[in-house]
Structure formats: structure tokens, C-alpha cells
Design a protein around this ligand. Structure first.
Ligand code: ZN
Length: 268
């Protein structure tokens, strides 16, 4: 499958692990070429770490490159837009924030960087940007806008299973309950998933490179990493697949993704 190239379009460093880390690892194990393009360096994020003179963007770019290395990613690109920050904050008004980017400009930057690549599929996010972050919503639009220009056959919206997450106890998915239409994707709309143990373990290893984004309780060396908890929430990576143009052949993606019909909830 050396002739299959997947372009993962991500908003910020660490999104690649949380949303698609297992899929990236699985693609690599199948011999596919993987490219990650980050819209931003996550410079408007938060951290409780001492940055030691570096900016948060510099730290997060370094962490992202290390995580991608761990996942066997072949190429890492940074598209150079600014992090928009969370919805309803001042940073979303920044004219160079990704959420305000012209989609033609995003496509142009991707096309220039990828001029020598043959892209099979572009992986972005669902129309809610999974949980409503303005940069994540923009990734949805950017992936669908860029895919035809890149002559990709498929767009894969990475997402969560809304009803499944809402059913978990003690979670923070208030939005899944209070405003479900704005959170992730209804199970009925999901089409495919990735869920295998080796790929999940690769995702868990890669995510440890994002030290600036770790919750403080994970940084305690005495603490057991919450692998089981993480597996329950993020162990299955969900997608909604859309053909670009009139493609009907799923090709090598058949090996990568399983159809939703094969999924059974770990809650039941
Ligand atoms: Zn993000």
C-alpha cells in the first residue's frame, strides 16, 4: 500500500494523538504514507509547565514532531496560522487566527506544500469540530475544501460517537447532553472506525510527548497512567467518510477502517 497517502489535517498539536493517533499508527503498520499538517502551533493554549524561555507554540511544535515521530509519520507540516483559542474569547477576533482564514488560502498553502504528493484521503473533523472549538470547525471546512484541489478520493471526518460518550459516567461531556446537535456526531451518521489494541497502545505512547498539555495528575510519577479510562473514551476512533467526486472504490481504506456494523459498545 505504498501508493496510499493519507493527509491528516489537524488544528493543534495533541489533536493528532487524541483524535487519530491509532489510525495513524494503523496506517503505518499497513505500509501507507502518512502526512500531518497542523493549521496552528497551539500557541493560544494553556499549560502549567515552566516553558524555560520558549514560547508555548515552540514547545508544542517540538512535542508534536516527537509524537508524530513515535507514530511513524512520514512528513509533518505547519501551515502557519494562529491558534484561535476557545470560542467566545478575544483571540478568535485575531485576523490571522485559523478560524478566520480564507479557505482558498488554506488550500493554496496545502497545495504548494504537497505538490509532489498523491493524496488518497484527507482526514479532518466533523462539522461540529468534534466539540465546538472554532479551529476544529474550520478544519472540517478546510478538509472538504482542499480535498478536490489535492485530487483526493475521500474525506474522512474524525469524530466521536455522541451517544456513547454521553452515556459514560462522570464525564465532562456536558455539551453532549445539553446541546447534542453541536457535539460530535450521532451514532446513526458514523460510517467507520479504527479500534485495535496495537494501534491504541501506539497512540498512548505518542501522547506522552505532549507534556505541556498533560493534566497535572498525569505528571505525578507515582500515578498510574489512566490507560483504561482513556481507552473507554478515546479507544475507538470514529469517522464519517465522504467520497470526493464520483469515487466509489474504497480501495486500500478497506484495510484501514472497519464498517460501523462491526462495532459493539464496550458499555454493553
Ligand atoms: Zn485542538
Amino acid at each position: 500500500m505504498a501508493d496510499t497517502t493519507l493527509l491528516f489535517l489537524h488544528a493543534h498539536p495533541d489533536d493528532e494523538c487524541i483524535l487519530t493517533g491509532a489510525t495513524m499508527a494503523r496506517a503505518k503498520s499497513l505500509g501507507m504514507r502518512t502526512i500531518v499538517a497542523y493549521a496552528t502551533r497551539g500557541d493560544a493554549g494553556e499549560t502549567s509547565n515552566d516553558l524555560g524561555g520558549e514560547t508555548l507554540g515552540e514547545v508544542r511544535e517540538r512535542e508534536a514532531r516527537a509524537a508524530c515521530d513515535a507514530l511513524g509519520v512520514d512528513r509533518v507540516l505547519f501551515l502557519g496560522f494562529d491558534d484561535s483559542g476557545m470560542e467566545d474569547t478575544e483571540t478568535t477576533k485575531n485576523p490571522t487566527a485559523f478560524c478566520n482564514a480564507d479557505l482558498d488560502e488554506v488550500t493554496a498553502r496545502l497545495s504548494l506544500a504537497l505538490v509532489n504528493e498523491t493524496i488518497t484521503a484527507v482526514i479532518g473533523y466533523d462539522r461540529n469540530g468534534t466539540y465546538g472549538h472554532p479551529d476544529h470547525i474550520q478544519i472540517h471546512h478546510a478538509a472538504h475544501a482542499a480535498a478536490p484541489a489535492l485530487k483526493a478520493d475521500w474525506v474522512l471526518d474524525a469524530t466521536y460517537n455522541r451517544e456513547y460518550l454521553a452515556s459514560l459516567d462522570g464525564d465532562n461531556y456536558d455539551k453532549a447532553e445539553s446541546n447534542p446537535e453541536a457535539f460530535a456526531t450521532s451514532e446513526a451518521e458514523l460510517t467507520h472506525f479504527v479500534d485495535d489494541e496495537a494501534s491504541f497502545l501506539a497512540k498512548m505512547t505518542a501522547i506522552t510527548h505532549h507534556q505541556s498539555q498533560m493534566p497535572d495528575e498525569w505528571k505525578d510519577s507515582e500515578a498510574e497512567p489512566p490507560v483504561e479510562e482513556f481507552a473507554k473514551r478515546f479507544g475507538t476512533e470514529w469517522f464519517v467518510t465522504t467520497a470526493v467526486g464520483d469515487t466509489t472504490d474504497f480501495g486500500a481504506l478497506e484495510e484501514l477502517l472497519r464498517p460501523k456494523a462491526e462495532w459493539s459498545s464496550p458499555q454493553t
